[in-house]
Design a protein around this ligand. Structure first.
Ligand code: ZN
Length: 160
């Protein structure tokens, strides 16, 4: 099949818009969590220590997406649901200690913000929606070792 004669066609912006809306939603949830946080917490270093800690954990927990034939979806102990359960239990028990309440309170804002940031990082900054010559379609491309690969079949991106 000669895909080049078919041409690209218009870029399916709706898919980029969908991603953008998803990220926006996560940011809104995070801002809501921030808005219901007692203002005094923002002056407490423990809140920001918790925020940084949970945001990094969230970032690591998401891991990397698989690229067919190139890499598997990252799976480690850190990525298991057991760890999430443990974190929630730890977070919950932290909240019951008044001194550590600011730490527990940062959990939602931090996790949702890191989810949104990771999605933006993976699909907008490092990757993107591009035309895959070999698929003959627009695909999400993911970056690995400086090259972009289509997320559906692992085709290397060829600049046209
Ligand atoms: Zn492809």
């Amino acid at each position: 099949m000669d895909v080049s004669s078919k041409g690209h066609g218009p870029k399916p912006y709706r898919r980029e818009l969908g991603l953008g809306l998803g990220i926006f939603g996560l940011v809104v949830i995070s801002s809501y969590a921030l808005s219901i946080t007692p203002v005094a917490f923002f002056f407490d270093w423990k809140y920001w220590a918790g925020f940084l800690g949970f945001a990094s954990l969230g970032w690591l927990w998401i891991g990397v997406d698989a690229i067919p034939g190139k890499r598997r979806r990252s799976k480690s102990l850190l990525q298991s649901w057991l760890v999430v359960g443990l974190l929630l239990v730890i977070g919950g028990s932290l909240g019951s200690v008044p001194l550590l309440l600011p730490v527990a309170d940062s959990v939602f804002a931090a996790l949702f913000l890191s989810l949104g940031a990771k999605a933006a990082w993976t699909y907008m900054i490092r990757g993107g929606l591009k035309y895959c010559v070999r698929c003959g379609e627009y695909r999400w491309f993911l970056r690995m070792n400086g090259e972009l690969y289509c997320s559906k079949h692992g085709h290397k991106w060829e600049r046209q």
